[in-house]
Design a protein around this ligand. Structure first.
Ligand code: G
Ligand code: G
Ligand code: NA
Ligand code: MN
Length: 248
């Protein structure tokens, strides 16, 4: 049942929306970019992507949805000040489509987005797929100037190895470490990811920053960029100007 209405939502495009959650640069306390997060507004209410993305993946709808997200996010970013980046999540399923690279390149050209403003977020589960093909696609995307982020870092099976074997520009420290950073084990992981990314020349951002205390503690650890409810929840595009007015 959800499959049929999801198919209709993709075809008429009317019920899908993107919300945006800011990244904050710790030094200046200013917004550096936004992550696009998909929302499905059905007549009965909002459905979480956690619920419908697995279905979209199962029924072959993830590729068209993913391209809609990318095109919409790039067009939106074209209305922002030019220093702001836009981040888009990619499902591992999208990498099974041999046209993925060409489709992304076409959207970059068609929307006119400066490729270095575009970040694509992939999760560690992607690295469990066909490694050579994934590596080739990520390398092709980077050759256009697009940035690649590893999302939810530290939750996977072989996180450290992936960082050296695949061409990432940024790692996103998973929310689970930040949420309970009072525990010395979590703090140790956060510290080592910050040090490691520095040593490897990779950018780093902490996700799930919900409190002033966590913001201050992460700044003290030298974490350069952060994201979380402390700064802003994901907001509709109409709220972006207000978010840009704030400093933290
Ligand atoms: O926004 P929210 O916390 O409800 O997102 C739940 C999950 O859905 C997160 O894991 C998030 O990464 C994922 N998600 C949100 N938007 C997209 C999207 O456009 N594409 C993909 N592949 N995943 C998304
Ligand atoms: O998998 P990914 O990291 O893309 O998931 C992003 C999801 O995390 C979004 O759905 C977003 O709503 C949620 N999120 C973002 N910041 C916070 C936060 O500070 N606390 C919690 N609990 N969730 C957050
Ligand atoms: Na993400
Ligand atoms: Mn994440």
């Amino acid at each position: 049942e959800m499959e049929i209405s999801l198919r209709a939502a993709v075809e008429n495009g009317a019920e899908l929306e993107l919300f945006y959650q800011p990244f904050v640069e710790a030094d200046r306390g200013m917004v550096s970019g936004f992550e696009a997060l998909l929302r499905w507004r059905r007549p009965g209410g909002m459905v979480s992507p956690g619920e419908f993305i697995p279905i979209a993946e199962d029924v072959g709808l993830m590729h068209p949805i993913g391209l809609w997200v990318l095109r919409t996010a790039c067009l939106q970013a074209m209305t922002w000040p030019e220093h702001l980046t836009v981040s888009v999540n990619l499902s591992p399923i999208q990498f099974r489509n041999v046209d993925l690279f060409r489709d992304i390149r076409a959207i970059v050209e068609e929307t006119g987005i400066e490729p270095s403003r575009l970040q694509l977020e992939v999760t560690e589960s992607l690295m469990l797929e066909n490694a050579d093909a994934i590596l080739a696609t990520l390398t092709d995307l980077r050759s256009l100037g697009i940035r690649i982020s590893m999302d939810d870092f530290g939750t996977g099976y072989s996180s450290l190895g992936y960082l050296t074997r695949y061409p990432f520009d940024k790692v996103k420290i998973d929310q689970s470490f930040v949420r309970r950073m009072e525990m010395s084990q979590n703090l140790a992981v956060i510290r080592s990811v910050i040090n490691l990314s520095e040593a490897l020349g990779i950018a780093v951002i902490a996700e799930g920053v919900e409190t002033e205390e966590h913001y201050a503690a992460l700044k003290a650890e030298g974490c350069p960029e952060m994201q979380g409810y402390h700064f802003s929840r994901p907001v509709p595009p109409s709220d972006i100007p207000a978010v840009l007015m704030r400093t933290y």
